[in-house]
Every structure is written in structure tokens, then in C-alpha cells.
Design a protein around this ligand. Structure first.
Ligand code: SF4
Length: 245
């Protein structure tokens, strides 16, 4: 138990949905998303295999880190059912971002809980929710992600390098995003020749409210996010190592 008496929110515990905390804000103050509804999920939702975990993840530094810690400690936010309730109150066609920090809920380490993702996608029906995932592209996870995308909830596959972005795009189950070296401002190409467009919010040109490309499930372009924050160098190192793929 934590000193506050709450159950320890650790991946070591049985992965019942009750060990995860979900925070929902109707009008975000995150400059990159703009004033749209945004959620944050406790850090125990992140897959154990994510290379950025405690190794450059943008959400582990800066103001977002403080908020994420409070959600991860159960001091802010609520249950999955409460999250679904909040989503179901959003107006039709509302653009909203799931997980400015955190990932999809697992049923066991590294495995997306397909039932919960399906419920989330159903709550989103008629709205334009989108998110990203670092869960590995195993057949089970791919099936859950494909199902969510077919139901209209956009789940982007997050690649750590350009070669992996090609590999994900070849799967054809979901749109793809990838990290890029810090200060990248121009489009780049993957080894297979796919175009990677730099996120305009990371260039300070707009926000998700006015862009919304990440929500477009059928897009061909891969969106690229230049490494930033205190962990940028470590993210770059992972990106460059991935060039060997
Ligand atoms: S590409 Fe557009 S929708 Fe995606 S994160 Fe950047 S601003 Fe938001």
C-alpha cells in the first residue's frame, strides 16, 4: 500500500482494470493539443517493452510529468467506467485525444485488453477520438487495434525508428507515427520511400484542434514527432539504433 492507503498501482499486481486510473479533462491546457478533451492514463498502462520508458519519454519530464505522477498515484482521475461516461457526454464529431500520457489498458503485461478497448471504441461512436500505442504488434494486439479502428476510434501505431514505421505500415492495420531527431523541420522518407510529415504542432504552427491529422485513420502519410524535452537525446539514440532495422 502507498502511505495514503491506496492500493499499490503496479504492473506486478493482477491486471484488473481497477489498478489503472484514468483522468479526463474537457478543455485541455496542453498547447500542443489545443483546447480539446484530453485523457491521461496511469503509467502502469505502458507496455514493459517501450524503449522510451524511463529512457526519454516526453511525458516523464516537464509539467506533464507532475500531472501524470498524480494520476499514476491515484490522486487524480477515476475508473474506466467513469472515463466511458465522460466520453459518452462529448458532442457528436468532437475531436478528443486519449492518453497525452499513458497507453491502452493491458490485460497482462504487453497485451492490450481487447474487451476494454472495444468498450472505449463503442463509447467513442459518433466522436473523433484518437490515440497512439507502443504495444508490440503481436497478432492479439493487432486484432484489438484493428477492431478499434474499424469502430471509428483511431489508434496510431507508434514506431521508434523509420524502419519500424515501414514495418508497421506494411501491416496495414492502423495509421503510423514515428519519432524523429530533435529539430527536424522538413519531411523525411522511410527506407521504403514513405513520406513522414513533421507534426505541425511540434513546429509551433498549430494544434491538434486545428490539424487533426492523427485522427484520420485512412491517411497514407506517417506523422513524425521530433524528440523534445529532457529525454530528447535518449530518444534520438533509440531512433538511430533503429536505423539498423
Ligand atoms: S500531427 Fe496534428 S493531430 Fe497529430 S499531434 Fe500533431 S497537431 Fe496533433
Amino acid at each position: 500500500m502507498h502511505s495514503c492507503g491506496r492500493p499499490q498501482r503496479s504492473v506486478a499486481a493482477a491486471m484488473s482494470p481497477s489498478i489503472f486510473t484514468y483522468h479526463f479533462i474537457r478543455i485541455s491546457r496542453n498547447a500542443k493539443t489545443g483546447p480539446i478533451p484530453v485523457t491521461t492514463t496511469s503509467a502502469n498502462s505502458c507496455p514493459p517493452g517501450c524503449s522510451f520508458k524511463r529512457n526519454g519519454c516526453y511525458a516523464e519530464s516537464g509539467p506533464l510529468a507532475l500531472h501524470w505522477r498524480a494520476v499514476s498515484d491515484g490522486e487524480r482521475g477515476g475508473s474506466f467506467d467513469a472515463l466511458l461516461q465522460d466520453i459518452s457526454t462529448l458532442r457528436r464529431h468532437a475531436l478528443w485525444r486519449h492518453n497525452q500520457a499513458g497507453d491502452l489498458t493491458p490485460s497482462s503485461p504487453g497485451v492490450i485488453d481487447a474487451r476494454l478497448l472495444n468498450r472505449l471504441a463503442m463509447a467513442n461512436r459518433g466522436r473523433r477520438g484518437f490515440t497512439y500505442t507502443h504495444y508490440p504488434a503481436t497478432p492479439k494486439n493487432e486484432e484489438a487495434i484493428l477492431n478499434a479502428n474499424r469502430l471509428g476510434f483511431t489508434v496510431n501505431l507508434s514506431a521508434e525508428a523509420l524502419g519500424q514505421a515501414d514495418m508497421y505500415a506494411d501491416r496495414g492495420i492502423a495509421p503510423v507515427v514515428v519519432v524523429l531527431p530533435k529539430d527536424t523541420t522538413k519531411p523525411v522518407r522511410t527506407p521504403a520511400g514513405r513520406s513522414v510529415i513533421v507534426c505541425p504542432a511540434s513546429l509551433g504552427n498549430t494544434d491538434c484542434l486545428n490539424c487533426g491529422i492523427c485522427q484520420q485513420r485512412e491517411r497514407v502519410a506517417i506523422m513524425g514527432f521530433p524528440a523534445h524535452g529532457a529525454g530528447a537525446k535518449r530518444v534520438e539514440a533509440i531512433f538511430l539504433k533503429g536505423a539498423l532495422w
